[in-house]
Design a protein around this ligand. Structure first.
Ligand SMILES: Cc1cc2nc3c(=O)[nH]c(=O)nc-3n(C[C@H](O)[C@H](O)[C@H](O)COP(=O)(O)OP(=O)(O)OC[C@H]3O[C@@H](n4cnc5c(N)ncnc54)[C@H](O)[C@@H]3O)c2cc1C
Length: 376
């Protein structure tokens, strides 16, 4: 698996470089840094541009813990030749969950993963009730999640590592992995030289991905938006359209809209969501109707022996979907239908009617069961 991954991630393939060249795009390898509002240096070369797009991504956040140097990050995890039996993850975000599920299935039998989370619950941006269900499904795979944990240090003891906590826990592991999140990567860019504003969340952008410098755009993980691959792609598209429109003295009609961005945790089962969590609706005092169930016994899941499938659909009075949350073996497919319904403002009644002829027994064919309680 590692070798297959490296074939995929190891550098930019020559055919891609050739394709870029054919399209009139030069690839210059090196570290870029701003030297002025429209100028950049890459090592000892200097460039001036009509428009500049920053797309520098994100890096693992520094861990302010003694012994943090003993922790490996996600890139190093994916380079391991063998998975050890006892793995501790620092932080309960999507990387920790996905890697823990990966290790619990592909590691030696008896693999034990422990996720140590500082907050009262892991996966903060996801729906609390659904996260509790995913955590219960994870526990069945030998993944333990401990919350409200303040890590005080990491030490090496021979071949082992000891993680200590403020409440005197000592967790022994063969490997300690960084799962505490990623921060926008712009520390060596000298944004100030170009008058670009940024915070710890990322580079500030408007809905056309323009930064505080009107000649500079920021897209992807370095922008203060959402760190997902396809969000980066959508932002790049919006920035490109804005740059082209500007050349003709117009404003682009295409703006970013983050109200229906689907996100999936690639665990087993997967948890996918789009739109709001129930708590977010409650905090905003938004009235909503809910259809939800867990331990789904529909044939789609009985057939494959999955007993932890669950769903929650939230809709407003007019039948517009406000949020959808799916735990299933193909939550990704189902969530996409909800995302399309939200993006195109398809109300529950129409979506229900359009879903009746979905090929059966696909996961998507269950949509009618999820939507029916909202029809009344
Ligand atoms: C373990 C892991 C799993 C993930 N899984 C998913 C997933 O399942 N689905 C999903 O949607 N997203 C996932 N993501 C997030 C996804 O990888 C990012 O959202 C996406 O890669 C962002 O693209 P980007 O172009 O902004 O940044 P990147 O892909 O990080 O690219 C940024 C590039 O800029 C280069 N760079 C940085 N600074 C400079 C500089 N000064 N000069 C020149 N070059 C520079 C970097 O070296 C890098 O090559 C995952 C991330 C991780 C770490």
């Amino acid at each position: 698996m590692r070798d297959a991954k490296n074939r995929f991630t190891g550098g930019v393939p020559q055919r891609t470089v050739d394709g870029l060249h054919k399209a009139g795009i030069d690839l210059i390898r090196g570290h870029a840094r701003f030297t002025g509002s429209q100028t950049l240096s890459v090592d000892d070369r200097h460039f001036t541009a009509e428009a500049i797009v920053v797309a520098t991504g994100a890096v693992p956040m520094p861990l302010p813990i003694p012994g943090a140097g003993l922790v490996i990050d996600s890139s190093a995890f994916l380079e391991l030749a063998h998975l050890p039996e006892r793995i501790v993850f620092i932080g309960g975000g999507f990387i920790a969950f996905e890697f823990a599920h990966f290790a619990s299935r592909l590691g030696p039998s008896g693999t034990r993963c422990i996720i140590l989370e500082a907050a009262p619950r892991p996966l903060g941006p996801f729906d609390a009730e659904m996260v509790a269900r995913l955590s219960a499904a994870s526990a069945e795979e030998g993944i333990e999640i401990r919350c409200n944990v303040a890590i005080t240090g990491i030490e090496r003891a021979g071949k082992e590592f000891i993680v200590t906590t403020a409440d005197n826990q000592r967790v022994t592991a063969d490997l300690v992995v960084h799962g505490a999140g990623r921060i926008p990567d712009f520390k060596d860019l000298d944004l100030a030289a170009a008058g670009i504003e940024a915070s710890a969340r990322g580079i500030r952008v408007d809905d056309r991905m323009t930064t505080s410098n009107p000649r500079v755009y920021a897209v992807g993980d370095c922008a203060a938006t959402i760190q997902l691959a396809r969000v980066a792609d959508a932002e790049a598209q919006v920035a490109a359209e804005a740059i082209i429109a500007r050349r003709t003295g117009q404003e682009s009609h295409t703006a970013m809209d983050y109200s229906a961005v689907p996100a999936t945790l690639f665990t087993y089962p997967q948890y996918a969501m789009v739109g709001k969590t129930e708590k977010a609706l409650q905090e905003a005092a938004t009235p909503y109707f809910k259809s939800s169930a867990h331990g789904l016994g529909w044939p789609t899941y009985r057939r494959v022996g999955l007993h932890s499938a669950a769903y929650k659909v939230l809709a407003d009075r007019e039948g517009q979907i406000l949020g959808a949350h799916i735990i299933a073996d193909n939550a990704t497919g189902i969530i996409n239908t909800f995302a399309l319904a939200m993006q195109n403002r398809i109300p529950v009644a129409d979506l229900h009617r359009q879903s009746i002829m979905t090929p059966y027994p696909s996961r998507e064919s269950d949509l009618i069961y999820m939507l029916a309680p909202l029809l009344a």
